[in-house]
Design a protein around this ligand. Structure first.
Ligand SMILES: N[C@@H](CCC(=O)N[C@@H](CS)C(=O)NCC(=O)O)C(=O)O
Length: 218
């Protein structure tokens, strides 16, 4: 009998978007092959990689003849195809809350700290502006998320189970701390959640420093 096709994840080690996918692969216990795409060397603009992600971003996931080039789409695909350890609750209200929190990270925070955006700001203005810009958007997002989750958070973001919101929050908080010097004492709920994520093996194994790595972006 033919072996089922293995999942292949194209990622750069410090990518918070890829980190989301790695967390889900780990939670669901899925085997995958890791292929490094070095963003600082511009490997995401290689024509071969562009076939996998027309936006020239990581991550991209290949599953047989299925190719997906966006972390949100990849995660929803994995959720549908591999239903073990579900990440979206059945309850419509709680599901919407999880999607909202994930969307705040993926639409209203991460795009503003993206490499291409920061490089553009540094070239137009200077490196200080780059950091201020990123901090401004991360702080706005973290303030909103804190208000949104305040009444819902339990052990994790939306209750006592790890759900989709956590998968998006953990890498964003990590990036806020490790790359953008965000003061997490301003966000006690998020800081507490981050402590909980740091204890989970599926989250620990997805940390940037645990991936094959090369120098990080400044
Ligand atoms: N919405 C996309 C965003 C992907 C994205 O922005 N990826 C970043 C790394 S987290 C990237 O590849 N940046 C390269 C660049 O800015 O040129 C997703 O969630 O996959």
């Amino acid at each position: 009998m033919a072996e089922p096709a293995k999942l292949t994840l194209y990622s750069d080690w410090w990518s918070s978007c890829s980190q989301r996918v790695l967390i889900v692969l780990n939670i669901k216990g899925l085997e995958y092959e890791y292929k490094a795409v070095n963003l600082l060397k511009g490997e995401h603009f290689d024509p071969e990689f562009e076939k996998l992600n027309p936006m020239n971003y990581v991550p991209a996931l290949v599953d047989g003849d299925t190719v997906i080039g966006d972390s949100f789409a990849i995660i929803l695909y994995l959720e549908d195809k591999y239903p073990q350890h579900p990440l979206l609750p059945q309850d419509p209200k709680k599901k919407a809350l999880n999607l909202q929190a994930a969307s705040i990270v993926s639409s209203s925070i991460q795009p503003f700290q993206n490499l291409a955006v920061l490089q553009f700001i540094e070239n137009k203005f200077n490196a200080d502006e780059k950091l201020t810009w990123a901090q401004n958007h991360i702080n706005k997002g973290f303030a909103g998320l804190s208000k949104l989750l305040k009444e819902h958070a339990g052990k994790y973001a939306t209750g006592d189970e790890v759900q989709l919101a956590d998968v998006f929050l953990a890498p964003q908080i990590y990036a806020g701390l490790a790359r953008f010097q965000i003061d997490m004492s301003l966000y006690p709920t998020l800081a507490r959640l981050n402590d909980a994520y740091n204890k989970l093996p599926a989250f620990q194994a997805a940390l940037p420093q645990r991936q094959p790595n090369e120098p990080s972006p400044s």
